[in-house]
Design a protein around this ligand. Structure first.
Ligand code: GAP
Length: 454
């Protein structure tokens, strides 16, 4: 099958209501997208799968949902004020701006001119005024990563939960970056969500944990439907590491526009906890393990065996939700030629990610008895808790199947004349992937659906 193109995905996402350009009617806000009726379901399902695997299925991770507005000092001591920058260059001929590190052969990607300005550093954090008086120091940042609040709340979480290393704090939420050139649909945007885990470990065990998390994260993405062959691990060269990192793996995926980063798995050392602790100004951290008694109450843990306070090191798997959505859509998109020569477009999404789990379709939309039975079936299936059950009363069964293939609905249930005329009542179940149809008794439906989505 030919590789999925970005045009196919953009068109499907708009046509069926997954993803829209933000402020479309005003010409669009560049690098900002809105998730439509199906997009919000897909995104929520992906986030729920991450939360389940990170928090519920483990016994060593707690959750957090911190504010987006971030105190200036947090991002000063984290190093972001000084270093969270990209090199910016202008084309003197066409006046377009680009990231200097994305330019090939010294040529403007827009017009081909080589007359470019010297690169200058551009800080990517968004600032916003706090309170009624603008200007001066009355501002906060919109967080550029969710991680920092995990570090600044580290002590509160440890005090509330009595955790010892190794343990983690997980968070899903919005991040903002004033990207110079947002591009490739939802791949590089200015407002996005991250799913981040900060996993605190004893110094010296970090490299082992880095490998463990790398393997875990690959497995998780395969569970979301990604083809192992399209995933690639790229070890970041020393000179390209982020300011806080000792070692980082980029987990890359073969997106329609190329092999690019889906998730980063970084060894952040004690850089962040160390810096925020150092800010507290009472504690000099020299080596990574320190004995200062004053560490009590700081961003440190007590080692019961060594009887010392120490700053834990951090392993951070950090994934972008939008890039995850783009990857699962890329993987799931398929066009099949049917025996009659027609083309069927479908999304072979994993069942747990499908925005609509079951479409209940009355064969005749004006037949009160059929529609009533369909509504009753929907109500009964809602109780299974498998997710969204949709009453699809469009009146055209062929169109309904096509639409639900295209949005990835795993099961369609059709209520026909036989359903109301013959006892015990039965319906037709159609499978998205195989298109196989089978007759199932209405009374068996809840068990069938529960079992199917288990
Ligand atoms: N806390 C670490 C951190 O933020 P990162 O590599 O800058 O590391 C982590 O970002 C993930 O966030 C990336 O792997 C990517 O999936 C996502 N991400 C980063 N910038 C993005 C952007 N402009 N648009 C969409 N997703 C982005």
């Amino acid at each position: 099958m030919p590789a999925t193109t970005m045009d196919q995905l953009v068109s499907l996402c708009k046509r069926r209501g997954f993803i829209f350009q933000n402020a479309d009617i005003y010409g669009g806000l560049q690098g900002v997208y809105d998730f439509g009726p199906l997009g919000v379901e897909l995104k929520n399902n992906l986030k729920a799968a991450w939360w389940r695997s990170m928090v519920y299925e483990r016994d060593d991770v707690e959750g957090l949902d911190a504010a987006i507005l971030t105190h200036r000092k947090v991002l000063h001591y984290s190093g972001h004020e000084a270093t969270f920058s990209d090199p910016l260059t202008d084309c003197k001929r066409c006046k377009q701006r680009f990231r200097a590190d994305h330019i090939k052969d010294g040529k403007c990607p827009e017009c081909g001119s080589t007359d470019l300005t010297e690169p200058r550093m551009f800080n990517m954090m968004f600032k916003t005024a706090v309170g009624p008086i603008e200007g001066g120091d009355n501002f906060a940042y919109l967080r550029p990563e969710t991680a920092q609040a995990i570090f600044t709340q580290f002590k509160n979480v440890v005090d509330a939960t009595a955790r010892k290393a190794p343990f983690g704090i997980a968070q899903i939420g919005k991040s903002f970056r004033n990207e110079i050139t947002p591009r490739n649909f939802i791949f590089r945007v200015r407002e996005f969500e991250q799913m981040e885990l900060e996993f605190f470990v004893k110094p010296g065990t970090d490299m082992e944990w880095l490998e463990t998390w790398k393997a875990d994260r690959i497995d998780w993405w395969i569970d979301q439907g990604l083809d192992k062959e399209k995933l690639h691990v790229h070890k970041i060269a020393k000179e390209d590491l982020a300011h806080y990192s000792k070692a980082t793996y980029d987990l890359e995926y073969q997106f329609p526009h190329g092999l690019e980063e889906l998730e980063g798995i970084a060894d952040r050392t004690d850089y962040d906890l160390g810096n925020h602790t150092r800010y507290q100004d009472e504690l000099e951290i020299t080596a990574h393990v320190h004995e200062n008694k004053e560490a009590e109450g700081k961003l440190a843990l007590f080692d019961d065996e060594a009887k010392k306070w120490y700053v834990p090191w951090v392993i951070e798997p950090s994934a972008g939700v939008e890039r995850g959505v783009l990857a699962v859509l890329t993987e799931a998109y398929a066009e099949e030629t049917l025996p009659n020569g027609e083309t069927r477009t479908l999304l072979k999404l994993k069942k747990h990610l499908a925005p609509v789990k079951v479409a209940v379709i009355p064969l005749k939309r004006n037949n009160a008895e059929i529609v009533k039975l369909a509504a009753n079936i929907k109500a009964a299936l809602m109780k299974t808790g498998v997710g969204r059950i949709m009453l699809e009363n469009s009146g055209n069964i062929g169109k309904a199947y096509r639409r639900h293939d295209e949005i990835g609905t795993p099961i369609c249930i059709t209520i026909d004349f036989e359903s109301i005329e013959k006892q015990p009542a039965s319906v037709t179940i159609r499978n998205r992937d195989t298109m196989a149809q089978q007759r199932v008794a209405v009374s068996d439906l809840p068990a069938y659906i529960t079992d199917f989505f288990r």
